[in-house]
Design a protein around this ligand. Structure first.
Ligand code: ADP
Length: 501
């Protein structure tokens, strides 16, 4: 309330003419007037509404309100209320926040603006008080305060280190997570440069981070090393956001640091275990070729040289031996192909899919003509992957489209690719036997087959190879199918190659 407004109201309160009273009645702010003894002589409708009561004129003293408390909740007797203090000639502090209770028990916050009116001799003749309702402002303030308390409780209980710094790189806040992670107590580190946490060979990171923050950018999941109080190094992931003041100017940064030492260790262990396993599988399958070849050669020799000495059953058994060894050979070379998918390929990392398809179709010419398959392809794109990988995909998917053909019709196979925002989606559609819905995911697993070897020969490795290749390029592979009518295999290759290492 400005001094001017109060002066105008005092003037109105002073005038006992009906026009002044009419104005006071209509005012949307609570106003009441007392005599020099503090007995109420007038209150307006807004005062009655705010206080929730209609005081008795000439009887009620000092206040229009029923019960008053100070901001800290201490009850304030009526004869000590700001109006009473003013009428008794005392000094009233401006802008005191008071709490009042209505007869119905509800409470409201207000600020009183009492003033005394004097006669020509300077004697107090009456008092006027204006009560400004500040309940909604107080509630909003409480909610702000509560939100700040909640936020600080979250910050305190977080396992992550939550740190803030100014634009000079000085630490301004440090939570308990940061104490646990870095070993410094808040008292010893707040005010120090954040560079105490950075290993000397990574000090150039800080100016780059600050530059990005000043440009209003956020630094997300930046994985780096930081130094603990005891000098040991920590693998951490940092997320840093600019902090702005009320005007929107960037004044600092908040930083969340997550300890990823354990994750890094586990990742390294998995990588090592995978490499060992690949190495083992590679040598095992390689070494298996030799004895298998011997089994095949000697069973063939036996059949050729001793067929006149062996009876029919012995020859039949030798036939099984040869077939088993041949199957084993196929399995071993398929497994080798599966393992080798993750090996680095030589040569450029872009492949013209038209050329890759032509090479595959040429190598399959015999089975294409034998099955009478009709293969149609749309113009295909050039994609960011090794040609050998794309050929393996076509080889397996078109090979299956021919192998799992219907007995009732000639195979018709359609190869196409469409370009989408994120990359390309290739499709290989056939009119074969189809796949029941419950197997559409399983078939991409290693050794997963839906048929016996007598029905359709195979090892159950082809689609697992496709899955592994597509995974390596961060793509996706899936099948849509109508049993008895055909299947469409689709795979995606993203436009930009993400590093998989
Ligand atoms: P394999 O062909 O050696 O059995 P794959 O991994 O290539 O192994 O395929 C796994 C299984 O998925 C196959 O055994 C077959 O049941 C099913 N399948 C694959 N491609 C097709 C297709 N085009 N039509 C019907 N079934 C298919």
């Amino acid at each position: 309330m400005t001094a001017q407004t109060l002066k105008a109201l005092t003037h109105l309160g002073n005038g006992s003419d009906p026009a002044s009273r009419e104005i006071l009645d209509a005012l949307p702010v609570a106003v009441y007037i007392t005599d020099s003894e503090g007995r109420l002589t007038y209150f307006n409708a807004a005062a009655a509404e705010l206080s929730g009561r209609s005081p008795q004129l000439g009887v009620d003293q000092w206040c229009v309100t029923w019960k008053i408390f100070l901001a800290d909740g201490t009850p304030l007797p009526h004869d000590k209320c700001p109006m009473a203090v003013a009428l008794k000639g005392g000094e009233v502090a401006e802008g005191i926040e008071c709490l009042a209770e209505r007869p119905d028990g509800t409470r409201f916050w207000f600020m009183p603006y009492p003033a005394v009116l004097r006669d020509a001799q300077g004697r107090i003749t009456s008092g006027i008080n204006v009560l400004v309702d500040i309940t909604s402002r107080k509630h909003a303030q409480d909610q702000a305060e509560q939100a700040a308390l909640l936020l600080s409780a979250i910050v305190d209980s977080s396992d992550d280190a939550i740190i803030s710094k100014d634009l000079n790189g000085r630490i301004t806040s440090w939570n308990q997570g940061a104490e646990r992670l870095f070993g410094y107590q808040a008292e010893e580190i707040v005010g120090r440069p954040v560079t105490v946490l950075i290993p000397p060979d990574r000090l150039d990171e800080e100016p780059r981070i600050i530059a990005r923050l000043k440009a209003g950018e956020r630094v997300d999941h930046f994985e780096t090393l930081r130094r603990k109080k005891d000098g040991t190094l920590l693998d951490i992931s940092l997320t840093i956001s600019p902090v702005r003041d009320a005007k929107g100017n960037i004044v600092g940064a908040s930083k969340i640091a997550r300890d990823i030492t354990e994750r890094r260790r586990a990742e390294a262990e998995i990588l090592r275990a995978n490499r060992d396993l690949e190495q083992f599988a590679f040598s095992a399958s390689h070494d298996l070729h030799e004895p298998l070849r011997s089994v095949k050669i000697y069973s063939e020799l036996l059949t050729r040289r001793y067929s006149d000495k062996l009876d029919g059953q012995a020859l039949e058994f030798l036939g099984y031996l040869r077939a088993g060894a041949t199957r084993m050979e196929v399995l071993v070379s398929d497994l080798l192909a599966y393992i080798q998918v993750s090996k680095r390929e030589e040569g450029p990392e872009t492949a013209d899919a038209n050329a890759a398809l032509a090479i595959v179709l040429a190598s399959m010419a015999a089975s294409v003509s034998e099955s009478g398959a009709c293969i149609v392809s749309e113009p295909l794109p050039t994609v960011p992957m090794h040609a050998a990988h794309l050929q393996q995909l076509f080889q397996n998917l078109i090979g299956n489209a021919i192998k799992y053909r219907s007995r009732e019709r000639k195979p018709e196979i359609h190869v196409a690719a469409i370009s989408q925002d994120a990359g390309w989606t290739f499709s290989i559609a056939d009119n074969g036997i189809g796949i029941a819905p419950e197997y559409r995911e399983k078939i991409f697993g290693l050794f997963k087959r839906l048929h016996t070897n007598e029905e359709y020969s195979g090892t159950g490795i082809g689609l697992a190879i496709c899955q592994r290749i597509v995974d390596q390029y961060h793509g996706r592979i899936w099948v849509d199918s109508e049993p008895g009518r055909g299947s469409t295999f689709r795979f995606t290759i993203p436009r930009t190659r993400k590093s998989s290492e």
